[in-house]
Design a protein around this ligand. Structure first.
Ligand SMILES: Nc1ncnc2c1ncn2[C@@H]1O[C@H](COP(=O)(O)OP(=O)(O)O)[C@@H](O)[C@H]1O
Ligand SMILES: [Mg+2]
Length: 416
């Protein structure tokens, strides 16, 4: 097959041009959202496999997040490119949707996966040659141990230089990625280019493919933290985080202890995700174990019901009670759902209770982990913390707290 790629100006954002064939072993692309990071890295993967005979492993922390993100991104790139006779490249590659792999006409491959699918990831080998590239999309979801294991994976002989690439929004300055790689980073610059490490910071200003509408939607953000991280692409600095009483653990061997469940659900649809958490509370050690989560926008009540049923079976789930109609839909799908009791002071009570327990979160629950990392007290106009949580980063968290109702709800205060 004969493929001539279009001239790079036509389809690749200029700020990334000099990194199309960059062989620096460790590469970091971070910054604000919509700066073209994901699209560029998908484009580069396609170019590398086609022209360079390289094999890619593209990872998200959690396998189920691949299809909607990196898998789609790569396929969009393939769709836009055309081979000799004007047919889209999509027709020339072989997709294996269950294995999540794309095989190019030259035999080289892009493999996709999530670290939760550990056995498969460990045993993955390309059909031809070795894996030369690993790209961690949303790399802040990974922990340092993941990174170490993956770099080991890249050891071994190859005639092509090996690379590991990370892309992410810089959610919090205390992150291990900041600690490990940003020692020589100069905040006033947008690039660090050393022999073994490339860091490139980009923002929406570097993405010439955005429409005016895209930009004004992005700029319509008045929260200073969000503006700084997601518009300007700076490392997030948080004020008064509410919860620090949690740890990430591999809980996969513990599922059989789930006999005293306390699952919770928070509704959401367009801008806010619906969130469901599968969890267990151990009273004797005052410890909450969070095993699994659903966290998704755009789900209808029926879809949410099915997914919930799949995750928790016939167990009870305590739901946000503001939407009785949705609870009824869940019940129609066979979910054992019940509304949480809300009353005066219930927010305060449950936050205080939740602050006083120990929380272990399974490695695959990246969304509740992010919320716990970021959820803050509201501020007054002078920047002082108020005794009220902010209205953000609390979807999975609300679900989790609802689920624990029987432990925090006080009979006396609301008369039940
Ligand atoms: N090279 C490109 N060609 C066409 N559209 C692009 C290109 N790069 C980015 N875009 C558009 O900009 C949007 C944001 O880019 P994306 O790569 O998702 O940003 P980031 O990963 O930095 O948040 C994409 O959804 C796409 O619509
Ligand atoms: Mg992205």
């Amino acid at each position: 097959m004969n493929i001539t790629l279009p001239s790079r100006d036509k389809w690749i954002n200029p700020i990334y041009h000099e990194h199309i064939y960059d062989n620096t072993p460790t590469q970091i692309y971070f910054g604000g959202s919509s700066s073209g990071k994901s699209v560029f890295l998908a484009q580069r993967a396609v170019i590398d496999v086609l022209e360079g005979g390289r094999n890619y492993l593209i990872l998200r922390k959690v396998q189920r997040d691949c299809r909607k993100s990196v898998w789609n991104e790569v396929n969009k790139v393939l769709q836009k490119l055309t081979g000799g006779n004007g047919r889209s490249l999509l027709h020339y590659v072989k997709h294996n949707k269950t294995e999540m792999s794309i095989t190019f006409p030259n035999g080289y491959q892009i493999l996709f996966g999530g670290l939760d699918d550990r056995e498969r990831i460990k045993s993955l080998v390309p059909e031809k040659g070795v894996i030369t590239d690993i790209w961690l999309e949303e790399a802040t979801e990974f922990d340092e141990e993941d990174y170490k294991q993956l770099t080991k994976r890249l050891r071994g002989k190859s005639d092509k230089p090996k690379r590991i690439t990370m892309s992410f929004n810089p959610i919090i300055k205390q992150h291990w990625i900041h600690e490990k790689f940003f020692g020589q980073w100069d905040e006033s610059k947008n690039k660090l280019n050393k022999e073994d490490l490339l860091i490139l910071k980009t923002t929406y200003r570097d993405n010439r493919f955005l429409t005016k509408g895209d930009i004004s939607r992005l700029l319509d953000e008045d929260d200073p933290y969000y503006h700084d991280v997601y518009v300007e692409g700076n490392w997030g600095v948080l004020g008064d985080v509410i919860f620090t009483n949690w740890e990430v653990r591999d809980l996969s061997d513990m599922q059989d202890r789930l006999d005293r469940s306390c699952h919770g659900l928070d509704f959401g649809f367009s801008s806010d995700p619906a969130a469901v958490v599968k969890q267990y509370f151990d009273k004797s050690s005052n410890t909450l174990y969070i095993f699994d989560e659903i966290y998704q926008t755009g789900l209808t009540d029926t879809q949410l019901g099915r997914k919930t049923k799949q995750m928790i079976g016939n167990d009870l789930v305590i739901c946000d009670s503001a939407e009785p109609k949705s609870i009824k839909h869940l019940k129609d799908e066979g979910v054992n759902a019940k509304g949480v009791k809300k009353g005066k002071g219930s927010v305060e009570t449950r936050y205080r209770w939740y602050q006083g327990i120990n929380i272990f979160i399974d490695v695959k629950c990246v969304n509740i982990k992010r919320e716990l990392q970021l959820h803050q007290w509201r501020k007054d106009k002078y920047g002082n913390s108020l005794p009220k949580p902010e209205d953000k980063n609390a979807h999975a968290l609300d679900a989790s707290m609802y689920g624990c109702e029987e432990y925090w709800a006080k009979k006396d205060s609301w008369g039940w």
